[in-house]
Design a protein around this ligand. Structure first.
Ligand code: GDD
Ligand code: MN
Length: 368
């Protein structure tokens, strides 16, 4: 095997920049990084989710004359956490940092962060808005309240006091992520919280304050979906992955099904004078259909079925729910034979069918 002609060291620091529609911000960020990281062996990895505004092209054009700049273009996928993870895993530097593309994070903090990492006693340095010397800048009072509250809840779940666990600005020893990559969620915004909670109490964490700036160009992508994902992540962490937010929503939808069932049954018997058997059958059919619709709208809103898929999904959901009802009946009867407590047997049967319906429909009806 021929020896490598010359030694070219991998960068010491990879700057990972998640981006969605940031074409006007990337060139400015590159300029600022060149200044802020003067004298450091760095590279920048933009992880772009196929932005329609051509962010990937803009990045590659800069990369054509500066090989430190490159772009990972992901197609058919969205998600800040997943993008950050993918960027860090594409790096072979000793250290990786994550910074937003919109210039809200102060790039002048990167050099002090690196200095801290080089000392060797730290695994993660977090850029914090909530410690002495930091600030959220021009946050509206509403957003500030939400941010502070979300921070408190995060600390409860982490069982560790961090001033800004929701920060999107941090630097870490890349090996930290390499070791836990398979366990991290790729949904939502809160990659740092996930890394800290999955990495556990042995992680050595330092904080450096900065002031959160104004977005330079373009619009924020934080929306209700992001809040929904955040609640889901907290719940999963708090229950050690036993409960997912999806399962909770599935159960709540199931409860509304009971209401629908009795409303239809009442109307059938009292208003339309149907025979009980027919009214009961109608109530079951309507309750399953409304459950399907609500799950499609709420529980699986991120993979909503439409058109023909909606109809075939509904049919499949009918089949699955019928098997669920039979298992409900048999488990209930079996329990009643042992316990003789009607409500306990009923509850056991219902729990059995909910778990069955959830597990099978998430595999077959709303499969990705
Ligand atoms: N690849 C990719 N995919 N990037 C994304 C996506 C996505 O789905 N969604 C957002 N981004 C990128 C944006 O282009 C930007 O560079 C960065 O992630 C942050 O997104 P913003 O939409 O600007 O978020 P923000 O400013 O409202 O939220 C900031 O503050 C939060 C805490 O209050 C971010 O720093 C968050 O990371 C932080 O948690
Ligand atoms: Mn922003």
């Amino acid at each position: 095997m021929a020896a490598a002609p010359l030694t070219m060291n991998a960068p010491e620091l990879s700057i990972v920049v998640p981006s969605f529609n940031e074409s006007e911000n990337i060139p400015v960020l590159v300029d600022r990084l060149r200044t802020a990281l003067d004298g450091i062996n760095w590279e920048m990895i933009v992880v772009d989710d196929d932005s329609p505004d051509g962010t990937a092209d803009v990045t590659r054009r800069i990369g054509a004359t500066d090989s430190r700049i490159r772009c990972i273009r992901r197609v058919g996928r969205r998600g800040l956490a997943g993008a950050c993870l993918e960027g860090m895993l594409a790096s072979q530097a000793l250290f990786a940092a994550v910074i937003d593309a919109d210039l809200q994070h102060d790039e002048k903090l990167l050099a002090p962060m690196l200095a801290k990492m080089r000392e060797g006693a730290t695994d993660i340095v977090i850029g914090t808005r909530y410690a002495e010397g930091g600030s959220t800048g021009d946050f509206s009072s509403g957003r500030k309240w939400i941010s502070v509250t979300a921070t408190r809840v995060a600390n409860l779940v982490l069982g560790r006091k961090l001033s800004d666990p929701l920060s999107g600005f941090f630097m870490l020893r890349r090996a930290v992520v390499e070791g836990i990559a398979g366990e991290l969620s790729t949904h939502g915004f809160k990659i740092l919280l996930d890394i800290v909670s999955t990495g556990g109490p042995s992680l050595r964490i330092a904080e450096l304050p900065y002031t959160f700036g104004l977005r330079f160009q373009g619009a924020s992508k934080l929306d209700t979906r992001v809040a929904f994902d955040y609640a889901g992540l907290l719940l999963a962490k708090a229950t050690h992955n036993l409960l997912s937010l999806r399962f909770i929503f599935f159960c709540l939808v199931g409860l509304t099904g009971i209401g629908v069932h009795f409303a239809v049954l009442w109307a059938g018997v009292r208003l339309f004078h149907l025979e009980f058997g027919w009214a009961q059958a109608l109530a079951i059919a309507v309750a399953i259909a409304t459950n399907f619709h609500l799950n499609n709208q709420i529980t699986y809103r991120d993979q909503r079925l439409t058109g023909v898929n909606y109809l075939t999904g509904l049919m499949l959901f009918y089949v699955i729910s019928s098997i669920g009802a039979i298992s409900n009946l048999s488990v209930g009867t079996w329990l009643f034979g042992h316990e003789q407590t009607w409500w306990l047997a009923g509850l056991g049967g219902a729990a059995m069918s909910v778990v069955w319906n959830y597990a099978v429909s998430s595999l077959m009806v709303w499969r990705r």
